[in-house]
Design a binder for this molecule. Structure first.
Ligand SMILES: O=C(O)c1cc(=O)[nH]c(=O)n1[C@@H]1O[C@H](COP(=O)(O)O)[C@@H](O)[C@H]1O
Length: 310
């Protein structure tokens, strides 16, 4: 799957991911009204609204992008109905040829991680039958529990030819509280980066490993160091746009080959119609606003890469 992701990044000249994080407050009124008319102001109505919202955004952007990243919390908040919308979104994006990164941030004791891995990437056995659960292509993993919490995910990836993005340095303001703590003079995120690189070396696609890392766009100096520590690791970079990450800071997350990183934007794309720059599209044409925001993001990142000689 890492090779498919890289191929699609190259084909589209777009090292970007659209984050499908559909808060109800981002969904235009006409979409919510139609969903509530059909299913009521209920959890099912909310789930219908987020599904219709996602579908329109995917329809207007899928030809420009390699991948999407649905963040499961935005669906889980609506219970089972929300999870059905998550699954419909995953399946629809795959039908459109997109690589799907399930942002689930899981990680637990070994046996529990194995169940998460089976449910999201692999198959579950029921009597003589086996079934895929959510069936994303990649998932995000929290490594705080150590190797035995991560290895079950790696095992399933190996079998299913899928991949992971392991949290190394997150984009949020408090991420340093634990991640920057020094252990024998080295920050914890560097130790985690070294471990991710080791796992990666043992699990290679053609050029890059299918065991990737998450490094936030908001800590560019750390991103530069982590790029060196993990040369064959694909880095998922959240925090561009809404959280303040800038294209010129992100060039260091890429290797000289112009590959090695993929930048996520969620609110900046899906709620583009709410921004001043895209206000001319209005609520009704929100998918067109998202399309323009994808084009602008691609241009922003590609020209920063060209300026940096990558
Ligand atoms: O794993 C992630 O994707 C992630 C890691 C991280 O360090 N920071 C981070 O913002 N994210 C996710 O990336 C998305 C960022 O959304 P926007 O800030 O709206 O672009 C959300 O889905 C977050 O959950």
């Amino acid at each position: 799957m890492i090779d498919k992701l890289i191929r699609k990044i190259e084909e589209n000249k777009a090292p970007i991911v659209v984050g499908l994080d559909p808060m109800l407050s981002y969904i235009p009124d006409h979409v919510k009204e139609a969903a509530y008319k059909e299913k009521g102001e209920t959890l099912a109505g909310a789930a219908e609204a987020i599904w219709q919202f996602n579908k329109a955004i995917v329809d207007s952007t899928y030809d420009l992008i390699p991948a999407v990243k649905p963040q499961i919390a935005m669906y889980e908040q609506f219970g089972i109905e929300g999870l059905i919308a998550f699954k419909k979104t995953v399946d629809y994006c795959k039908e459109k040829g997109l690589v799907v990164i399930g942002d689930i941030k899981r990680g637990d004791i070994g046996s529990t991680s194995a169940a998460y891995a089976m449910g999201h990437l692999g198959k579950v056995q029921v009597g003589n039958n086996s079934f895929y659960g959510f069936d994303e292509d990649f998932v995000t993993v929290n490594p705080y529990l150590g190797s035995d919490g991560v290895v079950p995910f790696i095992d399933v990836c190996k079998e299913e030819k899928k991949g992971l993005f392991i949290l190394v340095k997150t984009s949020n303001p408090s991420s340093g509280e634990f991640q920057d703590q020094l252990i024998d003079g080295k920050p914890l995120y560097e130790l985690v980066g070294e471990k991710v690189a080791q796992w990666g070396e043992l699990h290679m696609g053609s050029e890059y490993s299918y065991i990737g890392a998450v490094v936030g766009a908001t800590y560019p100096e750390m991103g530069k160091i982590l790029r060196k520590i993990m040369p064959k690791t694909y880095i998922l970079v959240p925090g561009y746009g809404a959280q303040g990450g800038k294209a010129e800071d992100l060039v260091h997350y890429f290797n000289k080959d112009g590959l090695g990183a993929i930048v996520n934007s969620s609110r900046g794309i899906i709620a583009a119609y709410k921004q001043e720059a895209y206000a001319k599209f209005g609520q009704t044409a929100y998918p067109d606003a998202s399309r323009q925001a994808v084009i602008d993001m691609r241009e922003d990142i590609m020209s920063a890469l060209v300026n940096a000689g990558k």
